[in-house]
Design a protein around this ligand. Structure first.
Ligand code: TNX
Length: 559
């Protein structure tokens, strides 16, 4: 399999034939109106990436000359050997609810014709993405001809849920920047943008910010700190998204077959909320706890004993549900530090209930298993283990071991309940683990910005990890042996404690995010690092075309 498509397709057979030459004016013919916007975006992207202007043609007779033809019909292998058994439907949960849509497609590149077949528009979109990668990564012969080698491709995803969790609380990203992240998800056939909208450092929902359009929390004491203009200031705690900003993102994402899953993270990680709503202080929910022997830390949690807590959360969740139409609402519930167990349990149960009343399905980080699990719960598993830097003092080791031991109990609870699990194992899906690979271009002529980011980005509590090590994992094994059927999807996560702008963000997303996308989509038989590394090497060009900063690791032979 020699190609540059990430995630690697289920089947990719090179034919050895002459392939197809894209030229200015090459016709892109399609008959089905619903796919018109996709064809339009495809042509725009090809023009932007290569300078070639293609000619979309809707309806009419089959074109006589060389063309790209797109048909909404069951994906099959046209005019070839007997069709293989249909590819299996993806495993796991559909982020849009119900049965997963059919994302399969077939793409044949042969002399004089490219033929793309898919049963559903989303399959057409996946096939066009593959074609964009083939064209953009092709070693171009000349400015007015781009040749894609002959190939027969048959493809479908392994998991129905393939996401990225984006921390917009520790760093603020503008709507335009989030659109660029969605573009990147589309390029790697990811279909979930999980927005971590609240944390200790900031509350990014307009609801609750005095002066924001729409009702504020509406209690007399809610004057709060002076806040910046919506979306204007990158200061943590100041900027927030207006409801219309989020609604716009929902639409932008939906056009690209991405579902936004909003996360409102409580009862822990709630400092920013208590700052805006001091009446949620109960006298016992701002605590100091012993993080390490002799090291005290402050923690804040929402108190289930206080009626105002749920009065507020009911309004918050209703508002969030009105903005985000998807079936899932993420309740966070991670790291309830300093909170008595019984309060955590009663809080999480009550919050899940509020989510269900709104007709939505709650989803929580793995700690939420401690509140018990019913058949309709979904858990996102993250703390599978943690490699500390060699320099970590023994007390830190002891603390981490204690947390990992707790998380093993969560895994047992999750296994016993047989609920679906979104796999986000820290060592493979957390994109804020520092890169262990040295930067390319080190030494004389070193790129100072790369060296700076390499030294600064990623949390230093984690031992640095190479891109190859991050890539080596098997999602089906996340919960241990015999638990493959529970794995319902794969999500990368980028946490923003060390990030101070969009270029920092894209440096941590690239090149690891395409590796997570590969694990979520591709057949494990195509999982070797050397193959992935060689495909990655040809993607630096695409990121550069998009103006995206990426980590030029010395371990990849960037072309
Ligand atoms: C753990 S993952 C957290 C986040 C941090 C992250 C840093 C999770 C549910 N909680 O609050 O940002 O580690 O990697």
């Amino acid at each position: 399999m020699d190609h540059a498509v990430i995630p690697a397709p289920a089947r990719f057979d090179t034919t050895g034939g002459p392939g197809f030459a894209f030229r200015p004016g090459t016709v892109v013919a399609y008959a089905d109106t619903p796919i018109a916007p996709m064809v339009g975006r495809f042509c725009t992207q090809i023009a932007r990436r290569t300078g070639l202007r293609l000619a979309p043609v809707h309806g009419g007779p089959a074109p006589a000359g060389p063309s790209v033809t797109i048909e909404l019909a069951a994906a099959r292998e046209p005019a070839g050997p007997p069709a293989p058994a249909a590819l299996p439907m993806p495993a796991g949960l559909s982020p849009g609810g119900g049965d997963p849509p059919d994302e399969s497609y077939s793409l044949v590149v042969e002399n004089g014709r490219v033929l793309l077949l898919a049963a559903e528009p989303v399959g057409v979109a996946r096939g066009l993405t593959t074609l964009i990668q083939l064209v953009a990564a092709a070693p171009s012969a000349s400015a007015d001809e781009i040749r894609v080698p002959g190939a027969r491709i048959l493809d479908a995803p392994r998991y129905a849920w393939r996401g990225l969790s984006l921390d917009v609380a520790r760093a603020f990203f503008t709507v335009e920047e989030i659109r660029r992240v969605i573009d990147l998800l589309e390029l790697y056939k990811l279909n979930v943008l999980h927005l971590h909208l609240t944390d200790d450092q900031a509350w990014r929902l307009a609801f609750g910010h005095p002066g924001a359009s729409g009702p504020a929390f509406g209690h007399p004491g809610a004057s709060g700190p002076a806040l910046g203009q919506p979306g204007a200031s990158p200061e943590p705690g100041a900027a927030f998204y207006r409801d219309e900003d989020l609604t716009e993102l929902v639409g932008y994402a939906a056009d690209r077959f991405v579902t936004i899953v909003p996360e409102v993270d409580t009862p822990g990680h709630a400092s920013a909320l208590l700052g805006l709503r001091p009446d949620l202080k109960s006298g016992r929910n701002e605590v100091e706890y012993e993080f390490l022997p002799g090291h005290r830390r402050r923690a804040v949690w929402l108190d289930p004993e206080l009626p105002a807590t749920f009065e507020l959360m009911e309004q918050v969740l209703a508002r969030v549900a009105a903005i985000f139409p998807g079936p899932y609402l993420h309740i966070g519930a991670d790291e309830p530090r300093g909170m008595p167990d019984e309060d955590y349990v009663s809080y999480v149960r009550r919050l899940r209930h509020l989510v269900r009343i709104l007709g939505r399905q709650p989803l929580g980080w793995q700690e939420s298993a401690r509140a018990g699990l019913g058949p309709d719960d979904v858990v996102q598993y993250w703390l599978t283990g943690l490699d500390l830097p060699a320099s970590a003092p023994p007390q830190v080791r002891a603390q981490v071991e204690a947390e990992v031991a707790l998380s093993r109990r969560d895994a047992e609870t999750v296994a016993a309940a047989s609920v679906p699990v979104i796999a986000s194992p820290l060592g493979h899906c957390y994109l804020d683990v520092p890169y262990a690979d040295p930067p390319a271009d080190a030494g004389a002529g070193a790129d100072a910005a790369q060296a700076d980011r390499h030294g600064r980005l990623g949390l230093r509590v984690y031992a640095p990890k190479s891109i190859a090590e991050s890539f080596r994992w098997e999602p089906a094994e996340t919960l241990g042996p015999g638990r493959a059927a529970q794995v319902a999807g794969v999500e990368a996560a980028i946490w923003a404690e060390t990030i101070s702008g969009f270029d920092d963000l894209s440096f941590l997303l690239l090149p690891r995010l395409p590796g997570v996308a590969h694990r979520a989509w591709s057949d494990p038989r195509h999982g070797d690092w050397a193959g992935h590394r060689d495909r990655l090497a040809r993607h630096g060009r695409l990121w550069a075309q998009d103006g995206l900063t990426y980590f030029r690791a010395a371990t990849v032979d960037w072309t």
